[in-house]
Design a protein around this ligand. Structure first.
Ligand SMILES: [Zn+2]
Length: 243
């Protein structure tokens, strides 16, 4: 039981240290995550606009070459008209020419619309590009700041994480679950020492009889006021001296 309590308190000790290291990073990690999300969103938006612009320009070019072909046709019909012998043939060519001319004017309108669409997309792409550049600049700065902080704490953090992994394998899943539950509810402190007869978490008095029992380390005691797990000074001292 004593080793169980010591393991649990060691876990608390490690987690408190990791929490402190994390606090040194401040809001940077969450700010970076949110900036990365925005960069990702804008990049996807820009890619979609780029695709739309390219499609519109390609469709415009296609319409343009169709117009060239149709104008050639109209010219050929005109030449043919000078050589026909019957009215029927003449009228048939006129009809062909009218159809071609109508198609040309429809295609010209389409070209204009496609040109507008592509140009609009291009200017939106430019605006997005500027926004992305600015966001990226802020993101880079924050990453530099975070790297700077991480560089100084990295080794320590790694040691705690390794210790934690080893420790967790020696604690039952049920105990870990209890620990995590209290830790979550009590701002990170699930296990506290009894100090001068009071709970180290909520500072309420712990009955002397309970303190005596607690020192035997024979079972898990919790504070009747805050629900945190209480451990004796001896456990705390042995963990602190071992680290
Ligand atoms: Zn308490």
């Amino acid at each position: 039981m004593e080793s169980k309590l010591r393991n649990l308190y060691s876990l608390q000790y490690i987690d408190s240290n990791l929490d402190e290291l994390e606090e040194m990073k401040g809001d940077l990690p969450s700010e970076i995550r949110s900036l990365e999300g925005r960069v990702e969103g804008l990049t996807a938006q820009r890619a979609a606009l780029d695709q739309a612009m390219k499609t519109a320009f390609a469709q415009r070019d296609h319409a343009d070459s169709e117009i060239v072909t149709l104008r050639d046709k109209v010219e050929r019909y005109k030449v043919q008209q000078t050589k026909v012998r019957t009215n029927k043939e003449y009228d048939a060519l006129t009809k062909e020419m009218d159809t071609a001319t109508e198609t040309i004017s429809r295609l010209e309108k389409e070209m204009e619309a496609l040109e507008n669409k592509a140009t609009l997309a291009r200017s939106e792409i430019e605006v997005l590009g500027e926004q992305l550049q600015e966001l990226q600049k802020v993101l880079d700065e924050k990453n530099v700041d975070l790297t700077e902080i991480t560089r100084t704490t990295e080794a320590e953090e790694l040691k705690f994480r390794n210790d934690r992994l080893k420790l967790v394998s020696r604690i039952t899943k049920a105990d870990i679950a209890t620990y995590e539950r209290i830790r979550k509810a009590k701002k990170g402190m699930a296990i506290v020492a009894v100090k001068r007869g009071a709970c180290g978490g909520c500072f309420n008095r712990v009955p002397p009889q309970k303190i005596l029992e607690l020192k035997q380390n024979s079972r898990i005691y919790t504070c009747e006021h805050c629900g945190r797990i209480l451990v004796s000074d001896e456990i705390v001292a042995s963990v602190n001296s071992a680290s």
